[in-house]
Design a protein around this ligand. Structure first.
Ligand code: GNR
Ligand code: NI
Length: 172
């Protein structure tokens, strides 16, 4: 297994649309293992392939709390079938937007169709934190970040700070 490099905004690769996975094979399984390792090490509760520079429709999530048994879920080609009218607000963060957090209002519940690691088609209905994280990860597959839900003013402030930090890192 290997740790993958997580892209940080603003990076044009985070804005691209991911492509559907055509073959659920051992190479894809390896990518999923590496994504789990990278997510747990970060640590994070979700990770989408575009965040590690892979433009494919693959996400991993685990919303189990510390001390609880892990609940790793890999979703291939996830698609939203249904969103509730009811909304809920969570303070979101993103491994590609480090050290910035903001409340985002989203549908409270979601139903998602996806393929599992065996290529079997499955459906899941989620609420609470899992619903938020699934929507956050599926957004990554269409090049969307949580900051895109904020005002242009807030988004601009965050992205300018991240850009500045990148330039400082290059200068050392
Ligand atoms: O680790 C993460 N925590 C989180 C908290 C609230 C809402 C969404 C998330 S996802 C984030 C990891 C990440 O960036 N996934 O794309
Ligand atoms: Ni994210």
């Amino acid at each position: 297994m290997s740790l993958l490099n997580i892209l940080v905004a603003p990076d044009p690769r985070l804005k691209n649309k991911a492509l559907p996975v055509e073959k659920v094979d051992s190479a894809l399984s390896r990518l999923i293992d590496d994504m789990f390792e990278t997510m747990y090490q970060a640590p994070g509760i979700g990770l989408a392939a575009p965040q590690v520079g892979v433009a494919k429709k693959v996400i991993v999530v685990d919303t189990a709390k510390k001390g609880e048994e892990a609940q790793p879920m890999a979703l291939i080609n996830p698609e939203i079938l249904w969103l509730s009218e009811e909304t809920s607000s969570y303070e979101e963060g993103c491994l590609s937007v480090p050290e910035h957090y903001a409340e985002v209002i989203r549908p409270a519940r979601v139903r998602v169709r996806y393929q599992d690691r065996q290529g079997e088609i499955r459906e899941i209905e989620a609420d609470g934190l899992l619903s938020t994280v699934l929507q956050h990860e599926i957004d990554h597959l269409s090049g969307k970040l949580f900051v895109d839900y904020l005002s242009a003013l807030k988004r601009g402030m965050i992205l300018r700070k991240l850009e500045k930090a990148k330039k400082q890192a290059v200068r050392g």
